[in-house]
Design a protein around this ligand. Structure first.
Ligand code: NAD
Ligand code: LMR
Length: 329
């Protein structure tokens, strides 16, 4: 058994679809490594009590060596006590034909209470990853309701978009997905996001020198990544879950282990004004980290095409933020 002291990880929506894929990956060590024990705080609404009981029974039945405790909780105050990481998944998914921002009216208020509860109850080193949609703006809401938690501890998930973009480029180029690097998602986890093919690499070479079909890169490639979530809902009748849980694991790992030299990772963070993006907006950027501190990579070339795409997705985030400010005032 590992001698490291356990970290406490809260997962909201633990009895939901993503929860069912995610908990077992965390428990197995995929997120924090094979030597890091965890205490899992499973946070749900009271209506999901029975389902959560079943999930907790299954976790016990796996006899995971790294799990040192399971804490079921039915309020954020109780669920966030002493937690070092909070993975905010619990919320309503969209249905076919909806945009993610249409969920703001239903889901936005969840993140008011959760922000407040995190500030009061979480450990002093708390880091928060918001997955529930629309994740960028929900993260902004939680952050605004927890002014005592430093702004560099808040993240919203765009790793699934990065993974999707890498897979599409790999398929088109006929290479393995691991050979696609430096793929940053800019902006919102929405249909306006910009997967930055212009700075991405395949086998260390610029994507544009390997895939010379510029019309595909500027057209179908971007659209496929932007619409992938909607396509999955159309095909499955439910939104992505296993790939989303996998991206949660990838996000936390990419923030807690050093970024490979010269590469980047994608996650939405609180803008510091880099690249002219309004301060305070939760925007996805090219990020690198030494495993402890992260930074927005500076000096990434931004063409006129990229600028227009980034401006459009940031404008949508500003609009979402303004809508929420009015609604929650
Ligand atoms: P789901 O309906 O299967 O599960 C959601 C769970 O959250 C349910 O068990 C529900 O009881 C619980 N819940 C609701 N309100 C809660 C609250 N206030 N506190 C705690 N738990 C609460 O949904 P899902 O498929 O797991 O998706 C969850 C969210 O993740 C959705 O908003 C979805 O759109 C989003 N999502 C985001 C990404 C991304 O890339 N950012 C990817 C996939 C899904
Ligand atoms: C996704 O990208 O798959 C999720 O955000 C779910 C959705 O609503 O598209």
């Amino acid at each position: 058994m590992s001698t490291n002291s356990p970290i406490r990880v809260a997962i909201t929506g633990a009895a939901g679809q993503i929860g069912y894929s995610l908990l077992f990956r965390i428990a197995s060590g995929a997120m924090f490594g094979p030597n890091q024990p965890v205490i899992l705080h499973l946070v749900e609404v009271p209506q999901a009590e029975n389902a959560l009981k079943g999930v907790a029974m299954e976790l016990e039945d796996c006899a995971f060596p790294l799990v040192q405790g399971i804490v079921p909780a039915f309020s954020p105050e109780e669920g966030f006590k002493g937690v070092n990481w909070a993975l905010l998944v619990g919320s309503v998914p969209r249905k076919q034909g909806m945009e993610r921002k249409e969920l703001l009216g239903i889901n936005g208020k969840i993140f008011v209470g959760q922000g407040k509860a995190l500030e009061k109850n979480a450990a002093s080193d708390i880091r928060v990853l918001v997955v529930g949609n629309p994740c960028n703006t929900n993260c902004w809401i939680a952050k605004e309701n927890a002014p005592g938690i430093p702004s560099n501890r808040w993240f919203a998930m765009t790793k699934l978009d990065e993974n999707r973009a890498k897979s599409q480029l790999a398929i088109k180029a006929g290479v393995h997905v691991s050979e696609v690097t430096n793929l940053a998602i800019w902006g919102n986890h929405s249909a306006t996001q910009y997967p930055d093919f212009a700075n991405a690499k395949i086998q260390g070479k610029p994507v544009t020198s390997v895939i010379t079909d510029q019309a595909w890169l500027e057209g179908d490639f971007i659209k496929t990544v932007q619409q992938r979530g909607a396509e999955i809902i159309k095909a499955r009748g439910l939104s992505s879950a296993a790939s989303a849980a996998n991206a949660v694991v990838d996000t936390v790992r990419s923030l807690t282990t050093p970024t490979a030299s010269g590469d980047c990772t994608s996650v939405a963070v609180c803008s510091d004004g880099s690249y002219g993006i309004e301060k305070g907006i939760m925007t996805s950027f090219p990020i690198r980290t030494d495993g402890k501190n992260w930074e927005i990579i500076q000096g990434v070339p931004v063409s006129a095409f990229s600028r227009a795409k980034i401006d459009a997705t940031v404008a949508e985030l500003v609009e979402e933020r303004d809508t929420v400010k009015l609604a929650l005032a």
